[in-house]
Ligand binder design. Structure first.
Ligand SMILES: Cc1ncc(C[n+]2csc(CCOP(=O)(O)OP(=O)(O)O)c2C)c(N)n1
Ligand SMILES: [Mg+2]
Length: 378
């Protein structure tokens, strides 16, 4: 697979497709795909905003790891997957649990992703959630939904993904696994070991590197010594693609290309999505991060909002009018500057179902506390 030019625009791709030029992957997106992608970006943003507000109101415990400004990576990479494909989200990817397979219908009970009720139940620590109050965040998984259990050991899900798709291959299936990793996790030994193994055995594992420039308080230049992290792929003999992590269409295209490559038996690849962490590492770090990161850098990093970029693209393609684009002007704003009126009704109502479910659900009984640590004897 040739390294694609990240600067290639949607318009170029679109006109090439119209002329029937050879550009088979990924399938061209329709106007309704663009509309759906924009709605999903709003949903991921609203999830973040709503939780920040709930925490400030004292209704939540635990830590929030904001995905603000990184939504295009999650939405774009998941959009082209099949229901039978696997994903492994980590701490900053909480929306991925419900965004998986959303094309099958947001409230479709049979879709291959967690429901908004399950995810909100998880955040509130209630019955009806996968973790049942053991944790408020991403330490969950679901074999049924093809979601590899998230762990705290950074890069630790890549070897698990290798094993899962190897098992599928032996069963004659053509599933692909998408693993999400921060750029900080790439310095772990297991990152190298797992990708090397996947490369040697041509396993269909796509490693998404969410390069948000910071790993807690460590800046990217102290994490690795490459201009573009994607070049690390050269050492494994696999493709390394670069996507503009703020552009949901570019992420969709690059990841779809990597997924098609993997599904056709050619092996793994790395997709570096260049982005910027909007807030602190977690909400406990927001105040410190405002001091350890230069203000200019934060301003520049947040200036390219994925929702604003998508709107511009849609206006350019004639998929959105200027007036429609101005209806929900959330781009560039933080949780304190936003209310429910700033978001599409569909998004607000969808999350409300999850929040209401979580609030109404009971906390698990105390006897559960010692259960499921060791295998339960029937
Ligand atoms: C192996 C390992 N080392 C350290 C940590 C502690 N830790 C948790 S998140 C984090 C920063 C991760 O940065 P990055 O991978 O860039 O992801 P980001 O938080 O920026 O999304 C660290 C150091 C950990 N969980 N696992
Ligand atoms: Mg990072």
């Amino acid at each position: 697979m040739a390294k694609t030019d990240p600067a290639r625009t949607t318009k170029e791709r679109q006109s090439k497709a119209e002329k029937g030029a050879a550009d088979p992957l990924p399938a061209s997106l329709t106007k309704s795909d663009y509309q759906e992608l924009l709605l999903q970006l709003y949903l991921a943003r609203y999830f973040d905003v709503r939780l920040i507000k709930e925490k400030k109101r004292g209704r939540l415990r635990g830590t929030l790891y904001s995905s603000h400004n990184q939504e295009a990576i999650l939405v774009g990479s998941l959009f082209g997957l099949r229901p039978t494909d696997w994903i492994s989200p980590i701490h900053r990817d909480m929306p991925a649990f419900f965004l998986k397979d959303m094309r099958a219908g947001w409230s479709n009970p049979n879709r291959s992703g967690m429901s908004i009720e399950e995810v909100c139940g998880q955040v509130w620590g209630k019955v009806g959630s996968p973790g049942r109050a053991r944790d408020n965040w991403s330490h969950i998984g679901s074999t049924k939904h093809k979601i590899i259990h998230s762990t705290s050991m950074l890069a630790g899900t890549i070897p698990a993904a290798c094993g899962v798709v190897l098992a599928d291959r032996l069963d004659g299936k053509d599933s692909v696994a998408l693993t999400f990793n921060g750029e900080g996790s790439t310095a772990q030994g297991v990152f190298h070991e797992a990708i090397n193994f996947a490369s040697v055995h041509k396993l269909p594992v796509v490693t998404i590197v969410e390069n948000n420039q910071w790993a807690f308080g460590t800046p990217a230049h102290l994490e690795y010594a490459l201009e573009d992290f994607a070049r690390r792929a050269d050492g494994y003999g696999i493709p390394g693609l670069i996507a503009d992590g703020q552009d949901v269409i570019d992420v969709y295209e690059k990841v779809s290309e990597a997924v098609a490559w993997a599904r056709s038996g050619k092996g793994p690849s790395i997709v570096e999505c260049k982005s910027f962490r909007a807030y602190g590492h977690g909400d406990h770090d927001d105040d410190r991060a405002a001091k350890y990161r230069p203000k200019d850098e934060v301003k520049a990093g947040r200036s390219r909002d994925p929702i604003g970029i998508m709107k511009e693209k849609m206006i350019e393609l004639g998929y959105l009018s200027q007036k429609e684009a101005e209806k929900y002007p959330v781009e560039g704003k933080g949780a304190n500057d936003l209310t429910d009126e700033d978001f599409p009704k569909q998004v607000v109502e969808y999350l409300a179902k999850g929040v209401e479910f979580a609030i109404a659900s009971p906390v698990p009984p105390p006897e559960e506390g010692a259960m499921w640590v060791f295998r339960e004897v029937e």
